[in-house]
Design a protein around this ligand. Structure first.
Ligand code: FAD
Ligand code: NAP
Length: 454
């Protein structure tokens, strides 16, 4: 039963797919749901999880969306992103270790999407070029292009638009004095695909967040000579050893010599800028466009979702926060959004929405460090869960805290630990090979292994 709502979902990554999933759940339950069309510019679903070897441009000549690298393993335990109605045990039919490689997580996501036949809702190879809000008719016009045939398609009208195009795709690329004369390779983490090419090299990593720490470890794992991580504002403060060290901000580059602001220098062969990403919505006009730096609770979004600018509360964004919680947060946010869009949940007055945003953003200002941030995002997820009357446990802050502590104890071995699922009560098994020595990341080797061999 459709509720006279025609919804355009932009992007078939984990966020867009979560919306399709929940709208379909309403349909299956015989409840009012929306008529949904999802446009995806790539030829497959999965967003960043749809791994590509390409860098620069994709096969259509457009900017390549992918930022994942070939040998990426989850940097958080799977028990922190496990979906209550589709657990890892459900998918694989057995217990697996807690830190799966990229392909294993993609396999898991696709299992849930396939079960609901969600592919039927997606128009692939179709880029959303422009979205405009029509004040007179209180709806949106969406312009798209069929990328396979290089053909503009006729404009379509929608009552709601869901923006689910991610925000870890357009690299933020700073410059440094003298870097233009650096003789070696310079790249951003967006274009990093394998560490093997840096074997035997001395590497400078700029940045101190997740890409910096993980790519530094990847490079050492694959045989780089040594790695220096140069932070800007905050060091990672992990106990680096085994060929990785941390230094303060770099001040200038002189040939292959890097100068740091504590007066030290180092000679390196390659520079990898792990300096984060820009929010980029080229298909949205100013009045509909979210403009923010990476935050847990960006300004201008009620419940982190409903755009408070133009669009009469009918433009919704998914997944636009910094992500401790990922799949489970996308899931609960999409459940909330589909309840709003289908008319099962009414929005409060504009004044109340603005006041709610202010409360969350004031809390955000007071956060001090990662444990605080985890607690904040846990509370945000619980708030959404309460709003949709959810009965399962979404709060996994104790697992996230254990994860942070494991990393602080030993950054090299944190992926070798096992965590317990809040949904099944069962623990992940120990991986057969410590992460630092595990080179085969295929689904088969990871899933069909013999546990506790070391
Ligand atoms: P995306 O996955 O980016 O998907 C957006 C989709 O929108 C893409 O398919 C894209 O093609 C499409 N699109 C964009 N523009 C248009 C347009 N104009 N028209 C049509 N379609 C369009 N999270 C974890 O939970 N665990 C991890 O281990 C993990 N590792 C990560 C590693 C890296 C290097 C990065 C960058 C992120 C990682 N993440 C991880 C976080 C990641 O952000 C989420 O897991 C997830 O992919 C976000 O989903 P999304 O749907 O918001 O965006
Ligand atoms: P990020 O978290 O936004 O971090 C960007 C980093 O760049 C920060 O340390 C920032 O420093 C630094 N920076 C920005 N501008 C700079 C400048 N001008 N000079 C020097 N440093 C600068 O981005 P990210 O690390 O790429 O992470 C993005 C997402 O990818 C996260 O969700 C993460 O979980 C995910 N990821 C996951 C994995 C994995 O699962 N294995 C691996 C990699 C990434 P300041 O602190 O000073 O701002």
């Amino acid at each position: 039963m459709t509720a006279n709502r025609r919804v355009c979902v932009i992007g078939a990554g984990p966020c867009g797919m979560s919306f399709l999933y929940h709208n379909n759940q309403l349909k299956v339950a015989g409840k009012e749901c929306a008529d949904v069309v999802c446009y995806e510019k790539q030829s497959n679903w999965g967003g960043l999880w749809n791994y590509t070897w390409r860098t620069g441009t994709d096969e259509q000549g457009n900017v390549c969306h992918g930022s994942m690298y070939r040998d990426l393993w989850s940097n958080g335990p799977k028990e922190c992103l496990e979906l209550h109605d589709y657990t890892f045990d459900d998918h694989f039919g057995k217990a697996i270790p807690s830190f799966p490689p990229r392909a294993v997580l993609f396999d898991y996501l696709q299992g849930r999407w396939n079960k609901s036949n969600l592919r039927n809702y997606i128009t692939f190879n179709t880029n959303v070029q422009r979205v405009t809000y029509n004040k007179e008719t209180d709806d949106f016009t969406v312009m798209t292009k069929d990328l396979s045939n290089d053909k503009d398609l006729p404009p379509e009208r929608f009552s709601h638009v869901i923006v689910a195009t991610g925000h870890f795709s357009v690299p933020k690329v700073p410059s440094f004095e003298g870097i233009d004369k650096f003789p070696g390779r310079i790249l951003h983490s967006h274009d990093f695909r394998r560490a093997n090419e840096f074997k035997g090299q001395r590497i400078l990593i700029v940045g101190s967040s997740y890409s910096a720490e993980d790519i530094a470890m990847q490079c050492r794992k694959m045989g780089s000579d040594n790695v220096i991580i140069s932070y800007r504002r905050k060091p990672t403060n992990y106990h680096w050893h085994n060929g990785i060290e941390e230094r303060p901000p770099l001040t200038r580059v002189d040939g292959s010599t890097i100068h740091f602001n504590d007066g030290t220098t180092a000679d390196v062969d390659a520079i990898i800028l792990c300096t984060g990403y820009l929010y980029n919505f080229p298909y949205l006009p100013d009045s509909l466009r979210l403009k923010t730096a990476l935050e847990l609770y960006p300004a201008g979004l009620y419940k982190g979702t409903v755009w408070m600018g133009d669009g009469n509360n009918k433009l919704l964004y998914l997944g636009m926060y910094g992500q401790y919680y990922s799949y489970t947060m996308f899931n609960i946010q999409a459940e909330w959004a589909s309840a709003v869009v289908s008319g099962h949940k009414q929005l409060p007055t504009r004044e109340d929405m603005e006041s709610d945003i202010r409360i969350w953003r004031r809390k955000q200002e007071q956060l001090d460090g990662r444990f605080d941030e985890i607690a904040f995002q846990s509370d945000f997820g619980c708030d959404l869960a309460k709003e949709v009357g959810c009965t399962y446990d979404i709060d996994v802050r104790t697992l996230f805290n254990k994860w942070e502590n494991d990393k602080r104890k030993n950054i090299w071995t944190y992926r070798d630990h096992a965590y317990t699922s809040v949904h099944t009560g069962k623990s992940g098994i120990k991986h057969h090979t410590p992460w630092s020595r595990a080179y085969d990341d295929s689904v088969d080797t990871f899933v069909n292994q013999t546990p506790n061999k070391y």
